[in-house]
Every structure is written in structure tokens, then in C-alpha cells.
Design a protein around this ligand. Structure first.
Ligand code: PLP
Length: 384
């Protein structure tokens, strides 16, 4: 166990008290805390609807199902993300393809996206869904992506697992101003945590209803819309093949309590990032991208060293000294599962080149200045 992890939750007494309160209440699940958590996040991001689920991965799956993704359809996403951004397409039986990243932002390269869309249009192989990933918490070029979506006719899902608390121009990530649906994760290393958990935000009532039903077996209990009238109170209808993707009230209570400190967490992450920028300025490193008019949630602080050999040396040295550095991410198309589908090395060269050189340094709200100084000192030694 490393002494300083790369990411870590911040739990206070209020979090603990609120969880205990639920444990003493009548509802451990399917109670009032879930709606309250949804309203809290919808209100924060500025969306009409929010649907809480048991993970960010479930959120992505339900988002794809709401948009009707199925076999014969195509889903595209970034080559640099967690595997869940692509797997959601495979759950629905769709074909998955990737877009290379822009080395200046580490998000999808919108010029390559535009080229690939033109080709796909010619070949009548346009994607139904593009999953954009706000990598490390830095929002993608949503203006351009929305423009391409309008031109070529595909849906946009924002995988905002890194980006709760981020904003693009005047718009909070999650308000779906530039997208159809936006998904979040509340895993302990994310902006806020509910242990495990996720949420989808949208401005569409129809998709919201569909996802609410799918998260609980595809069952409808709403007497207004049920097809059989005159049945008793026990009556419900399963109209779709849904899942049990429900979050519990225990988790939702933790999420609500955490959300009250979200702005504070982002402020702390931002200060840590700024401090790294200053302390690392003289080292032979590429620091994380910053883009004007885009406020990062600073989920990750990713540096790039000169080559793979140096990365290995620096990574091992930091790990040996108790610094829990990590690598985000192995390009998804290089995973054995995706290689077996036909992807191979050199398919997305910018992503592969970035992967060879990257290291994620510790960043989380409670990282102390002393610990940050240790990271910087050991990193400096390793590079010398
Ligand atoms: C964490 C993460 C997910 C999945 O979230 P879980 O809550 O762990 O299922 C999806 N996409 C990205 C980019 C993530 O970082």
C-alpha cells in the first residue's frame, strides 16, 4: 500500500452522521435520499433531469440504451479513457471505434473526428453515438463537437466521470447544453463519492423516464401510463428488459453530504494543480494542458516525460518511495479484448505515444503541501 495514493476520498463526520441516519431509518434503498441526491446534482449542474444509478458504468449503459443503441449501430469514443467509455457500446451489441487524441488537450482530436465522419458518411457507416470524455477533468471542445453532431446526425454522450465541477465557457458540465446525455461516477477517487454510484443528467423527459424504468428491471408502476387500468395496487408492468442498476439510500446520503463540499473539493484540487505547475516548471516534463474558457475539475494531474524508458524508471522510483503514481490510460484499443475484435498497434498513434510517456501524480483534496513536496522532490531525483 503506497503511503501517498494518486487519488483518495475525503470523508468527514457529517458524511458519517448522514449515513448512520439512513441506517436507522425505514429505507436502506428505494427511499427518499435517492430523489434528493438527484435533485442536488441536477440543481448543481443545471439539468432538468438526473437519474442516479449504482455506478458510472451503469450510467453509460443506460445512456446508450435510452438513445436506442443496438446491434448494427456504431459508437465512437476516445482512445484514451477508462474501458467503460467503450464497453457501454459493446453491452448493447454495437460496433465500437475510437478517435485519436489531440496532444494539446489529451481529449479527442476534433479534426480527426471531422475527417473520420466524412469518410464514414461516404461509406454509410456513421456512428449513432459519440461518447466524449473530459479527460482528467478538462472539458472537450464542445462547440465543435456539437457542430459536427448537427452536421452528421449523431448523439453525444458526455462521459463526465472526471468532470463533475468542471465548466466549458459559461456552461457547467452536466447541463447538456452541447450534448444529449451526460454521465458521472461517484467512485471514491472521483470529484465526490457515494462509495460506488453514478448519475445521468439530461434535458429530455422522455430519455429520463426511459432510464428510470431501465434501472429497475424495465418495470413501470406509474398508474397514469400503465396499459391495464382497474387492477389493484399490487399491479405493475414490465415493458422493457431492464436491470437492477439502483443506487441505495445509504449511498445517496453519502453523495448528498459530499455534494455540499463539491466546490470546496474543486478549489483544493485546482490549488494543488497550480502548485505542481509552479514546482515542476524547471523539470524536463510536459505539464497537463490548460485551455482558455474551460475550467478543469482536476481529477488527474498527468505529466509526460521524454520517453518510455524514462517513464518506467521514474514510475518505479516513485512507487518504491511510497508514492502511489498511476498511468491513465492504456489506450483502450490495445486491450486484449479490443485487439481480439481487430484493433492493433499504430491504429491511434498519438494516444499510443502519450501512453508511453505519461504518469499521474497524486492529486486529491486532502493532499498536504508536505506530501506534495515529497512527490516533487522524489520526481526531481528520479529525473536527474
Ligand atoms: C471511473 C470512470 C468510469 C466508470 O465509473 P464507475 O463508477 O467506476 O463504474 C467511466 N468512465 C471514466 C472515464 C471513468 O474514469
Amino acid at each position: 500500500m503506497p503511503l501517498i495514493p494518486y487519488g483518495r476520498q475525503s470523508i468527514n463526520n457529517n458524511d458519517i452522521d448522514d449515513v448512520i441516519e439512513v441506517l436507522k431509518s425505514s429505507f436502506l434503498t428505494q427511499g427518499p435520499k435517492i430523489g434528493e441526491f438527484e435533485a442536488t446534482i441536477a440543481n448543481y449542474v443545471g439539468s432538468q433531469y438526473a437519474i442516479a444509478v449504482n455506478s458510472g458504468t451503469s450510467a453509460l449503459h443506460l445512456a446508450c440504451l435510452a438513445l436506442g443503441l443496438g446491434s448494427g449501430d456504431r459508437l465512437w469514443t476516445s482512445a484514451i479513457s477508462f474501458v467503460a467509455s467503450a464497453n457501454c457500446g459493446r453491452y448493447c451489441g454495437a460496433d465500437v471505434d475510437f478517435i485519436d487524441i489531440d496532444p494539446r488537450t489529451l481529449n479527442i482530436d476534433t479534426e480527426k473526428l471531422a475527417d473520420k465522419l466524412l469518410n464514414a458518411k461516404r461509406e454509410k457507416r456513421l456512428p449513432k453515438i459519440l461518447v466524449v470524455v473530459h479527460f482528467a477533468g478538462l472539458p472537450c471542445d464542445m462547440d465543435e463537437i456539437k457542430h459536427l453532431a448537427d452536421k452528421f446526425g449523431f448523439y453525444i454522450i458526455e462521459d463526465a466521470a472526471h468532470a463533475l465541477g468542471a465548466s466549458y465557457q459559461e456552461s457547467r458540465i452536466g447541463d447538456c447544453k452541447y450534448s444529449d446525455l451526460c454521465t458521472f461516477s461517484f467512485h471514491p477517487i472521483k470529484s465526490i463519492t457515494s462509495g460506488e454510484g453514478g448519475m445521468i443528467t439530461t434535458q429530455s423527459e422522455r430519455w429520463a423516464e426511459k432510464m428510470r424504468q431501465l434501472r429497475s428491471h424495465g418495470i413501470n408502476k406509474d398508474t397514469q401510463t400503465i396499459s391495464e387500468s382497474g387492477e389493484g395496487d399490487w399491479y405493475y408492468e414490465q415493458t422493457d428488459l431492464g436491470y437492477n442498476y439502483r443506487i441505495t439510500d445509504i449511498q445517496a446520503a453519502l453523495g448528498i453530504s459530499q455534494a455540499s463540499r463539491l466546490e470546496h473539493f474543486i478549489t483544493q484540487r485546482t490549488a494543488i494543480a497550480l502548485r505542481y505547475d509552479k514546482l515542476l516548471v524547471d523539470l524536463p516534463l510536459q505539464l497537463p494542458p490548460r485551455v482558455e474558457n474551460r475550467k478543469s475539475a482536476w481529477h488527474l494531474y498527468v505529466i509526460q516525460v521524454e520517453d518510455a524508458k524514462i517513464r518506467r524508471k521514474v514510475f518505479d522510483k516513485l512507487r518504491n518511495e511510497g508514492i502511489g503514481v498511476q498511468v491513465h490510460y492504456i489506450p483502450i484499443h490495445l486491450q486484449p479484448y479490443y485487439r481480439a475484435i481487430g484493433f492493433k498497434r499504430d491504429d491511434f498513434p498519438v494516444a499510443e505515444n502519450y501512453y508511453e510517456k505519461t504518469i499521474s501524480l497524486p492529486i486529491f483534496p486532502e493532499l498536504s503541501e508536505e506530501d506534495q513536496d515529497s512527490v516533487v522532490r522524489i520526481l526531481g531525483d528520479a529525473l536527474r
